[in-house]
Design a protein around this ligand. Structure first.
Ligand SMILES: Cc1cc2nc3c(=O)[nH]c(=O)nc-3n(C[C@H](O)[C@H](O)[C@H](O)COP(=O)(O)OP(=O)(O)OC[C@H]3O[C@@H](n4cnc5c(N)ncnc54)[C@H](O)[C@@H]3O)c2cc1C
Length: 404
């Protein structure tokens, strides 16, 4: 019998785990993970919303990723339905919740989802080397691994790197691997926060009286980026699902200038004309704005802060501000707090099958690649799709027909 080829997957997050699963039926697969257990960030995601993916498919799904078209091929090969089927095959049922977000069936704990994946891999003969840290390349067929102070070398026919981004370092994804890649001759880009809060210089009134208060049913927008949802006022600015989608636009502005802005529409379900009718019908004065337009005290405080006295006193100008309030953003929250990061390995460093141009037996997947997506299941989908695609590319190279 021919000896199986060897694949080593470095990093046991979602991207690495699915790659291991795809390869395990045909290759000898080992996962190297520096923490005591795999999937620690996956479990943290589980404590929050745990959107495994999103029900969007086709262009609707692809258009969520930035820069435009960046993950098209990988999402075509393995989309949100494929991911739901993958989970179903290991006994994890999913359902579609609000905004198309896909969750595990009610009552399924995140650790049960992770255990289902681990069990499937163990049953397929995947070896887990935990507390083993990748520490550099010896050459393109041999990597260096540290284990309890010892340095080992590991050889393989294929390597898939799935080391993640650089936020929430306690989960293991610390982004320290960039130096090892630079030393090997692969360019990397500095990490930056994505899906994070925005720093705003609030006035004393907002900090004192409105910290912790939600701004519900608002639309946050900037150019083509927009989201109707909720944001929470914090001491430093705004946090929440409505804010995260405009972060790429704010990041771009901050790269060009030392200032940035975005907009809030406090009445996204009313047109300006509808608000205009209220102005004409009611004998309006600023005292009854809150009642007439059904604006909470926190909403009023934010509008007031970014509206001149003249505009505030004139109802026609005031309603324009309700629909289009320009908020200056000082900066983004630190990387450590961010739900995801951009930066890492630029797409220019990889071939269309996700192998490195520098050495095409080494593949890069998941959040360590430089792409961006909003929350709502799109981050995990991007990681699973790239992980699947790289592994399927290896099978294609070996002339093995894979099955989803
Ligand atoms: C609070 C929070 C909530 C989230 N919620 C959601 C959500 O609901 N839906 C969603 O789609 N996404 C969510 N995400 C994002 C999602 O969890 C990540 O995008 C995803 O886990 C990235 O997967 P990955 O496989 O690329 O990397 P990771 O999951 O980051 O895994 C990388 C692995 O590599 C290991 N590693 C790193 N360096 C080394 C080394 N030198 N040697 C060996 N191993 C190493 C790490 O220990 C880690 O286990 C959330 C993230 C956070 C922080």
């Amino acid at each position: 019998m021919m000896k199986k080829k060897k694949a080593v997957i470095i990093g046991g997050g979602p991207a690495g785990l699915i790659a291991a699963d795809v390869l395990s039926t045909h290759l000898d697969v080992t996962i190297i993970e520096k923490e005591k257990n795999v999937g620690q960030k996956f479990l943290v995601a589980g404590k929050g919303g745990f959107n495994l993916t999103n029900s969007s498919t086709g262009d609707e799904l692809k258009n969520k990723y930035l820069p435009k078209n960046i993950l098209n091929e990988f999402l075509t090969e393995f989309d949100s339905n494929d991911l739901r089927d993958w989970f179903l095959n290991m006994g994890i049922k999913t359902f579609i919740g609000t905004s198309g977000r896909v969750f595990p069936e009610k009552g399924t704990k995140p650790v049960e989802v992770l255990n289902a994946i681990k069990t499937k891999l163990s049953n397929s003969g995947v070896t887990f080397l935990l507390q083993h840290k990748f520490s550099g390349f010896k050459n393109c067929k041999t990597i260096l691994v540290e284990q309890k102070g010892r340095e080992l070398t590991l050889e393989a026919d294929y390597f898939i790197f799935a080391l993640g981004g650089a936020s929430w370092t306690k989960t293991g994804s610390d982004g320290r691997w960039t130096k090892d890649f630079e030393d090997f001759g692969v360019a990397t880009k500095p990490f930056q926060s994505s899906n994070c809060g925005v720093n705003i210089s609030w006035n004393k009134n907002i900090i004192k009286h409105h910290t912790g208060k939600p701004l519900k049913n608002i639309k946050v927008y900037l150019d083509e980026l927009e989201k109707v949802g909720e944001a929470v006022i914090t001491e430093y600015g705004l946090e929440g699902n409505a804010v995260y989608p405009v972060v790429p636009g704010i990041r771009e502005q901050l790269a060009r200038n030392d200032h940035a802005h975005f907009f809030i529409d406090f009445k996204p379900f009313n047109t300006l004309e509808q608000l205009q009718l209220k102005v004409e019908k009611d004998n309006l004065s600023p005292k009854n704005y809150a009642d007439v337009f059904k604006l909470g005290t926190s909403q009023m405080a934010v509008i007031k802060m970014f509206t001149s006295k003249e505009e505030f006193l004139d109802p026609r100008s005031f309603i324009k501000k309700i629909k289009h309030l320009k908020i200056p953003a000082v900066s983004l929250r630190p990387i450590e707090e961010a739900i995801s990061t951009v930066g890492g390995i630029p797409m220019e460093e990889v071939n269309s099958d996700l192998s490195l141009k520098k050495s095409n037996n080494i593949f890069i997947v998941g959040e360590m690649l430089d792409w961006d997506a909003p929350t709502g299941g799109f981050l995990l989908q991007g990681c699973f799709s790239t992980g699947y695609f790289a592994a399927a590319s290896i099978l294609r190279r070996e002339n093995i027909k894979g099955n989803k």
